[in-house]
Ligand binder design. Structure first.
Ligand SMILES: [Zn+2]
Length: 261
């Protein structure tokens, strides 16, 4: 692994509570304590998952939460779940609603239900004044149509993977773009172009661990420290010094999620 000890390593999208981290979770969390990592945002994918993650990790310093229902899980959300979700979102360390959105690639929940649950959670975010973490796959047009009319606190289009024109439309709405491991993939010139084009203040770095590991860890489990490779690539594309780029990306996260570090 490269030496990232002078970087500020912020991971704005992680799933540390997943079983893939059962073996070494504490070791990973200790990296926050010894300052190898600057912050982590742990993102929920369902009401149960959000509650479980919060219970498991709530005493970890510099770790914050997003709570929400992923489009894959939309179908299982009921009234009771909505109540529990809102309760959790009142916690001070739960800084965002997410991940929410539309996934018309895998279609694991009916599209109608995905749209309904996405819009309902946007209403909650607006009412509670929390930014949103948005997952979009094969539904950029549909998601844009919804977010265009959304007047609550903006947030991030997580794991952004489209072209400059699409990026421009979301940035114009006030959203940031979440950039992770895919920016290091050989075939992903399109995403590198987006990174070069976007103002640095509109970018967030994220791992989505245990998924989407950067080069040279493809096929392995991703983890928060690997965010260093993502930051290096962003800095490289924007011809910035890596350390100052890592500071800027950290500051972007603190600002967007109003973190009290
Ligand atoms: Zn995720």
């Amino acid at each position: 692994m490269h030496d990232f000890s002078s970087f500020k390593l912020s991971d704005t999208h992680a799933h540390i509570s997943f079983p893939q981290f059962d073996e070494d979770r504490q070791t990973l969390l200790d990296q926050l304590k010894d300052r190898r990592l600057s912050l982590i945002i742990e993102v929920g994918i369902s009401v149960e998952d959000s509650l479980r993650a919060f219970d498991m990790l709530k005493d970890t310093e510099d770790l914050y939460f997003a709570a929400g229902v992923h489009p894959h899980e939309s179908d299982s959300l009921d009234r009771e779940g909505v109540k529990k979700l809102e309760g959790l979102l009142h916690e001070i360390s739960v800084v965002a609603v997410g991940e929410i959105g539309l996934d018309f690639f895998r279609d694991l929940s009916p599209r109608k239900k995905q749209l309904e649950v996405f819009e309902m959670q946007l209403e909650i975010a607006e009412r509670l004044e929390k930014p949103v973490i948005v997952h979009i796959r094969d539904a950029y047009e549909e998601a844009f149509g919804i977010l265009r009319d959304y007047t609550g606190p903006k947030g991030v289009i997580h794991a952004f993977s489209s072209d400059i024109e699409t990026a421009r439309r979301f940035l114009d709405l006030g959203f940031s773009l979440g950039i992770g491991g895919p920016v290091t993939y050989k075939k992903n010139d399109e995403l590198r172009e987006v990174v070069r084009w976007s103002p640095i203040d509109s970018l967030l770095c994220e791992t989505d661990c245990p998924y989407l590991p950067p080069v040279p860890f493809r096929g392995k489990r991703n983890q928060p420290l690997y965010i260093g490779y993502v930051i290096e690539e962003i800095a490289n594309q924007k011809s910035l010094d890596s350390v100052s780029c890592s500071n800027t990306l950290h500051d972007n996260a603190v600002r967007l999620f109003s973190l009290d570090l």
